[in-house]
Write a protein that binds this ligand. Structure first.
Ligand code: PEP
Ligand code: MN
Length: 366
């Protein structure tokens, strides 16, 4: 059960102390307090953990300082949607709103290779009105002999160039907690010219210790990719690990599942599950058509499969698109065959726009 307190309630206030006093009399119930400092106000929620079935909602609603009460189902306690749950489903970061009602495109390099390619990419994004990108620095690779990413060495120029071209958020996959410190250090060195969204890749979806550490920091929002060989529910529970540790700025990423039933695509595209994730949880949902489709094949009308898959995700209500682009795909060190070319960016964005408008029109009757 979650008690939602009146906004801006102070832990030192009499009301708050009275409330805690009354709650302490509930036998065998543990309290977990979650406080979130927004730009306008601070929000406090108290989680009652234990067997709350005999506690009446009305009794809790009558307590001092309580504005609302939600009885949560067992699953996805923090991020899930529960009955009569009208808590918000969005967050703000670097002046951008990320929610189930917004859409952001994160086009960029799968892996940073050269400073020149980073700059060409950032410039193209700026010229096309974009303020977000993806830039892989730490790459988890199947073979230990493959290029592993430039790591912390590339972060300063990535952040500087992001600032130069007005990019507000850079999605960067991390594979180890020490990389959060490296990112912080590079952001400090470059005067916080941009923001970072930490990405947990499909190979780490169930790296619970990493999830706990990433969940404990509330500075950076997190994009959690679904695990490629586990159920959707298992991946949603992984997202809950982040939130239960305190970070609710979580976006859930669909990127296809591993099976040869999806051949000739790299993975079986799972974007029909966009509305499922939106229904079960309050998380914004991202689709990654590049890692799902994994090649530059196109349909008979000339539209790339990657663009078709993007459209399938967006028309189903996706809130973020993570997509690989590269100024010279044949020279990319990672995933060149699935990268879209920079000249294809305007057309890609126009396609996303067409489909987003179609999605919004579809929702009008409701
Ligand atoms: C990526 O986005 O660069 C990536 C490696 O994705 P995934 O973890 O989904 O394979
Ligand atoms: Mn990749």
């Amino acid at each position: 059960m979650i008690l939602i307190l009146t906004p801006n309630i102070e832990p030192e206030s009499r009301t708050y102390k009275q409330l805690l006093g009354q709650l302490s009399r509930l036998g065998n119930i543990q309290l977990r307090v979650h406080r979130e400092q927004g730009t306008q106000q601070s929000l406090t929620e108290i989680y009652l953990v234990g067997n709350t079935s005999s506690i009446a909602l009305e009794d809790m609603r009558a307590l001092p300082g309580v504005e609302g009460v939600v009885r949560v189902s067992e699953e996805y306690r923090v991020l899930g949607r529960h009955k009569d749950d009208d808590r918000t489903s969005h967050f703000e970061y670097r002046g951008l709103r990320f929610g189930q009602d917004t859409l952001h495109v994160f086009a960029g390099l799968c892996a940073v290779d050269t400073i020149e390619h980073v700059e060409l990419m950032m410039k193209a994004l700026r010229d096309n009105g974009q303020v977000c990108t993806r830039m892989g620095a730490y790459k988890p690779r199947t073979s230990p002999y493959s290029f592993q990413g430039h790591g912390r060495k590339c972060l300063p120029y990535v952040f500087e160039l992001a600032g130069k071209y007005g990019i507000k958020v850079v999605a960067i996959e991390i594979t180890h907690e020490s990389q959060i410190d490296e990112i912080n250090e590079a952001l400090n060195r470059t005067g916080h010219a941009t923001g970072v969204m930490l990405q947990i890749g499909t190979r780490n979806t169930q790296n619970f210790e990493l999830l706990k550490i990433v969940g404990r920091q509330q500075e950076f929002p997190v994009l959690l990719k679904r695990g490629f060989g586990i159920t959707l529910s298992e991946s949603l529970h992984a997202a809950e690990y982040l939130a239960s540790e305190g970070n609710r700025k979580v976006i859930f990423g669909l990127r296809g599942v591993k099976t040869n039933m999806g051949d000739p695509h790299r993975n079986f595209v799972d974007f029909a599950q966009v509305p499922v994730v939106r229904r079960l949880t309050r998380m914004p949902v991202c689709v990654d058509p590049s890692h799902a489709v994994g090649c530059r094949s196109w349909g008979p009308e000339g539209i790339l499969d990657i663009m078709h898959a993007t459209a399938q995700g967006v028309i189903a209500g996706a809130n973020m698109v993570l997509v690989d682009f590269h100024p010279a795909p044949s020279r990319a060190l990672v995933d060149g065959p699935q990268a879209l070319q920079i000249e294809e960016l305007p057309r890609f964005l126009e396609d996303v726009q067409i489909v987003r408008e179609a999605y919004l029109r579809r929702t009008c009757p409701y």
